[in-house]
Design a protein around this ligand. Sequence first.
Ligand SMILES: NC(=O)c1ccc[n+]([C@@H]2O[C@H](COP(=O)([O-])OP(=O)(O)OC[C@H]3O[C@@H](n4cnc5c(N)ncnc54)[C@H](OP(=O)(O)O)[C@@H]3O)[C@@H](O)[C@H]2O)c1
Length: 388
Amino acid sequence: MFVIFLFDAINSCRWQAVWLASCYRAAARLAGNGNSNYGSTDLRMKSIPNVSISFQVHTDRNVADAVVKQSVVEVPVPTADEMPPGQVLIAISHSSINYKDALAAVAHPGVARKLPLVPGIDAAGVVVESKSAAWPEGAHVMISQEAFGTTYDGGWRQLAWVPADWLLPLPNGVSPAQACGLGTAGITAAWAIQALIDHQCFDREYPLLVTGASGGVGSFTIDILAALGQRVTAVTSKIEQQSRLLNLGASNVLLRSDFEDTTTRSLLSTRWAGGVDTVGSIGLNTLIRSTADGGCVAACGMASGTDLILSVYPFILRGVILYGIDCTRYSQPEKTVMWERLTSQWLPQRALAEIEVIGLDDVPDRVFSLIENRHSGRCVVELPALNY
Ligand SMILES: NC(=O)c1ccc[n+]([C@@H]2O[C@H](COP(=O)([O-])OP(=O)(O)OC[C@H]3O[C@@H](n4cnc5c(N)ncnc54)[C@H](OP(=O)(O)O)[C@@H]3O)[C@@H](O)[C@H]2O)c1
């Protein structure tokens, strides 16, 4: 049922893409399509626009096989008087496309919890109006929030009122494009790496392993682990990604078809000190069964599936730890500490150097690429610049 829905949604989105591109071009002409606001704290603005150019997704869930519409529209922006205390208005210059955003963009019911919806879990920009003492006007900020772009409208828009306690500081030297390039994928990679450190998986006899290596989380994980001096084996389904993954710091690259073990053996020969799994299902299953004594597997993704069929032997006979990563469950102070680590000593320079920046008109194509696993690395969305 879902597959049919998704397939139809994707096809209908393809039709929408042409329309979307022309809508966007018209809207961008209105707004002026320029560079990001980074570096500009001159907020002597004449007036904040009362509409925000936004990428909106809509469908009718009461109708079977309903068309999913994606459109670039102008959405009214509430005034400060209409907002409760503790809210800040962000002029967003950049957002990104995470796997979850791609699902939101096709109105996946598990992700798009309201309709119409503006996707975008990540956003970076500058505070242009504040009802919070903690974040004055002119502060450069980053948002990476699960509810943003799922329960509430997200970052694929120019202006957004958000709760002040969602904000992370944009460190000096990190541009909004880089911050969104890191975004939820970078933060998730950082938590997964922290789990490997906490469970003493570094500098062991065996290398670490990363699945879904060509994706956002996978690429950042490889880059950071290699920079921290660890041997990393990358698993990918894309043979053409081999040299890129080696350049990111992988010491070895395995094709998914060569790595995954579909037998029902409870344990496999030990090969890994542990690792980070971004795909779930048989990839995670194989990693757990081949992890050495006392190793830890940090599991964060399900691109391949949500099933996990195992015996208890890896856990009882080898003491393997399966550590679930949910980047949304950390408090804002914890998140801030991890964000500062990620944007300083763990900054994944190599993966960041290859970030692709696109406009709203390219978003539908990228959404399909992610869902169809034709994409690698990170994709940042640059919003039309605000003219005010
Ligand atoms: N738990 C959390 O807090 C959290 C936070 C962020 C993201 N996530 C999840 O982590 C996963 C990775 O996120 P991401 O942003 O890195 O996504 P991404 O950029 O789309 O990368 C996912 C990678 O997984 C592999 N893949 C895709 N489809 C697959 C399939 N059907 N079967 C097997 N492998 C497949 C691909 O790598 P190869 O082709 O190289 O194998 C792809 O590049 C997603 O499932 C996402 O929802 C979880």
